[in-house]
Design a protein around this ligand. Structure first.
Ligand code: THG
Length: 268
């Protein structure tokens, strides 16, 4: 499982405050703790469209000074911001995200093709709005694949995000997600499937029960990457447990070693 740490997101109140006051200690601490929670990438999202590039540049410099090997998921709606940030990163990371919205693939696929090692999250979304069926998602998937082929982007560099909507307002939210995931996984074994899973529980109480159920259900249906809170030890336990069940972790070696290191926070 590839884990993308979600915590450095300016839509979270405490993070927004730290951004406003340029609290470097807060940002450095949150990056360090997510990396201790085995995050493979650190997602950075400013939440402030007008100072997007400036805020992300500040975070990138701070975090890569502490962790020279860190890889970022650059989370911005603005392709120009993403392009600037890519130049600033010492290590290749993930572009979060492209979609079929006008101008996105045209700007970001050539940059990714040129820059070694960069991966790309692609949302199954176009200018007609949020997809409301498995069929529409698959249609958008074909559009993304066609564009990726045109720019020479290999399938194993693509992280497809089929999009999740809350089951509080979209009763088929989970079923649409796994419907698309299964078809994609079956026809494209090398491609990654990712999700910012916590949308699934928006508007409901005790969200972590739903988020946890989603994580396991999605992993059983082809999801191999997730944007989540790596400080949440129960979720990390779920990741390791599901990997063992799926036989991605023979003889539970990784599970046992994570337990011994107290990654799950349950040892005395
Ligand atoms: N797809 C892609 N990118 C994304 C999303 C997606 N980026 C943004 C978002 N969705 C994923 N990131 C977050 C970040 C924080 C929260 C939810 C999604 C959040 N955090 C709470 C907090 O930290 O206070 C609670 C965390 C918890 O309890 O687990 O709500 O869908 N490509």
């Amino acid at each position: 499982m590839i884990i993308i740490g979600e915590k450095l997101n300016g839509t979270i109140k405490t993070v927004a405050q730290a951004i406003r006051s340029r609290d470097s200690g807060f940002v450095r601490d949150l990056a360090a703790r997510q990396l201790e929670g085995r995050a493979d990438y650190i997602d950075i999202c400013s939440g402030v469209p007008d100072r997007d590039a400036e805020v992300l540049a500040w975070m990138i410099d701070l975090i890569q000074a502490d962790h020279p090997d860190v890889r970022f998921s650059i989370d911005s709606p603005n392709p120009d911001t993403i392009l600037t940030c890519m130049d600033q990163c010492k290590n290749p990371g993930i572009i979060n995200s492209v979609s079929l919205e006008k101008g996105k693939t045209e700007k970001l696929f050539p940059a990714a093709a040129e820059k070694k090692g960069w991966n790309i999250i692609a949302l199954l979304l176009d200018d007609s709005g949020m997809p409301t069926s498995v069929e529409k998602r698959m249609q958008n998937f074909e559009g993304i694949m066609e564009s990726a082929r045109r720019y020479g982007i290999a399938e194993n560099r693509l992280f497809i995000d089929p999009l999740v909507f809350s089951i509080a307002t979209t009763p088929e939210g989970f079923l649409h997600f796994i419907g698309a995931s299964r078809q994609i996984r079956e026809s494209h074994p090398d491609i990654h499937i990712v999700s910012g899973l916590s949308n699934i529980s928006f508007g409901l109480p005790y969200r972590k029960a739903i988020n946890h159920a989603f994580l396991i259900g999605a992993m059983m249906n082809g999801m191999d990457s997730v944007i989540m809170d790596p400080l949440n030890r129960d979720m990390l336990g779920g990741v390791y447990a599901a990997e063992a069940l799926l036989n991605y972790d023979e003889y539970c070696i990784e599970y046992l070693s994570a337990y011994r290191d107290d990654l799950f926070g349950v040892q005395k």
